[in-house]
Design a protein. Structure first.
Length: 174
């Protein structure tokens, strides 16, 4: 496991990590998710502090692209419909000139397991599936969709001395 002080980038799954895993579906087939605002703010803080970030998800809803664009993650770093999360992580790393060992990844279910051993730090929420809980380097005390992203990002940025809020930069970036 890479030391948290050496993390240079973050990558995330969506369902069960940024959300509680629940997905609502309307009669037209449109899917809806609920995101925690504090998790979103932590992503904005990471963006303002220069961390590259990726979304790597099996979900296909284009609403995910819009949700994360508003938090500083551009569409080029959102991998929808991912069926090979390692390949997508490597694309992200190549695009940003970083090594996979420099990335902290947060996932919660079996499709996330192949990234374990490729990324530097593998994290999961406390309500991840058993196999992921057993593999994780760090288990957040918070469940998916209820602050696990905030807790981990804040922890890394505080360890690195980068958890600081600049109102002027926030107004400029968001």
């Amino acid at each position: 496991m890479t030391d948290l002080k050496d993390i240079k980038a973050f990558a995330f799954d969506i369902d069960g990590v940024f959300t509680n895993g629940g997905v609502l579906c309307d009669l037209k087939g449109e899917l809806y998710r609920t995101f925690d605002a504090k998790d979103g703010f932590a992503v904005r803080m990471a963006f303002m502090n220069g961390y590259p970030m990726a979304i790597i998800t099996g979900a296909r809803s284009v609403s995910i692209i819009e949700r994360f664009r508003t938090n500083g993650i551009g569409p080029e770093n959102v991998f929808l419909g991912s069926r090979d999360k390692v390949a997508d992580l490597l694309k992200f790393c190549t695009a940003h000139g970083i090594e996979p060992k420099d990335v902290l990844y947060i996932g919660d279910d079996l499709p996330d397991l192949p990234i374990f051993g490729v990324c530097g730090v593998f994290v999961c929420p406390c309500d991840a599936v058993q196999e992921v809980l057993e593999a994780a380097d760090i288990v957040s005390p918070y469940p998916g969709g209820k602050g696990c992203i905030r807790e981990i990002l804040e922890r890394v940025m505080k360890i690195q001395g980068r958890w600081s809020f600049d109102v002027q930069q926030y107004k400029k970036d968001f």
